[in-house]
Ligand binder design. Structure first.
Ligand code: E4P
Length: 216
């Protein structure tokens, strides 16, 4: 299972990358807009910090615009994966970019038929948004289970990137279902490694260690 951070924030990326288990980054226009830097400059900074895929989203509404943007973004750095939205135009752009060997992450996926369409267009990643489905009373993780099953049935090479993750339970369920990647906010990345009994145990061991005689 690969762990991506869903952020464009340099400090958050530095902190998570220093653990040595960060596999990639996803960004979106909202995340980029929080950083007060140009898109290209922020992407290059991120790419210099993470040895893995860095998703960068196109903002055109038509396929031609997405293709132009995608070509430009892909040229910036070998780590870049171009994000296209799950629309008909996005699908057209995905097919064209994929045929040019540019990797595409099809984003804003909310149903199994959409995921199948993205895979058939040659998407490198497909990003179902589990948290946003939960928010409207649908089960995001049920969708992941369905997509993983379908992709396995047909041996689609497209990787399932679980997005819009809100908590560690989403990550554990994604693991049980065999999803390829989880992209999560820094808060969830940190939550994954925390347990109160670990903290309590460390405190107790360090306190007891003080009672061990030392050679003078
Ligand atoms: C994924 O690529 C998206 O950037 C992200 O996971 C969206 O998550 P949100 O629903 O928390 O905004």
């Amino acid at each position: 299972m690969k762990f991506f951070l869903d952020t464009a924030n340099i400090e958050e990326i530095r902190d998570a990358a220093s653990t040595g288990i960060l596999d990639g980054i996803t960004t979106n226009p909202t995340l980029i807009s929080k950083e007060g830097n140009t898109f290209e400059d922020q992407l290059l900074k991120i790419c210099s910090m993470v040895n893995g895929p860095v998703s960068a989203e196109t903002v055109s509404r038509d396929a031609a615009g997405m293709v132009d943007e995608g070509r430009h973004l892909a040229k910036l750095h070998p780590n870049i994966v171009v994000k296209c939205p799950m629309t008909k135009e996005g699908l057209r752009a995905t097919k064209i970019l994929t045929e040019e060997r540019i990797r595409v992450n099809v984003t804003l996926v909310f149903s199994a038929p959409q995921a199948i369409m993205a895979a058939k267009a040659g998407a490198y990643f497909v990003s179902p948004f589990v948290g946003r489905l939960d928010d409207i009373g649908e089960s995001g993780m049920d969708l992941i289970e369905t997509i993983v099953t379908i992709f396995n049935n047909y041996e689609f090479k497209t990787e399932v990137l679980v997005a819009s993750i809100r908590n560690p339970i989403h990550v554990v369920q994604a693991g049980l279902m065999g999803a390829d990647i989880c992209t999560m906010p820094a808060k969830v990345f940190d939550q994954l490694l925390k347990h109160p009994l670990t903290d309590k145990g460390v405190e107790q061991f360090l306190k007891d260690w003080e009672k061990v005689p030392v050679i003078k």
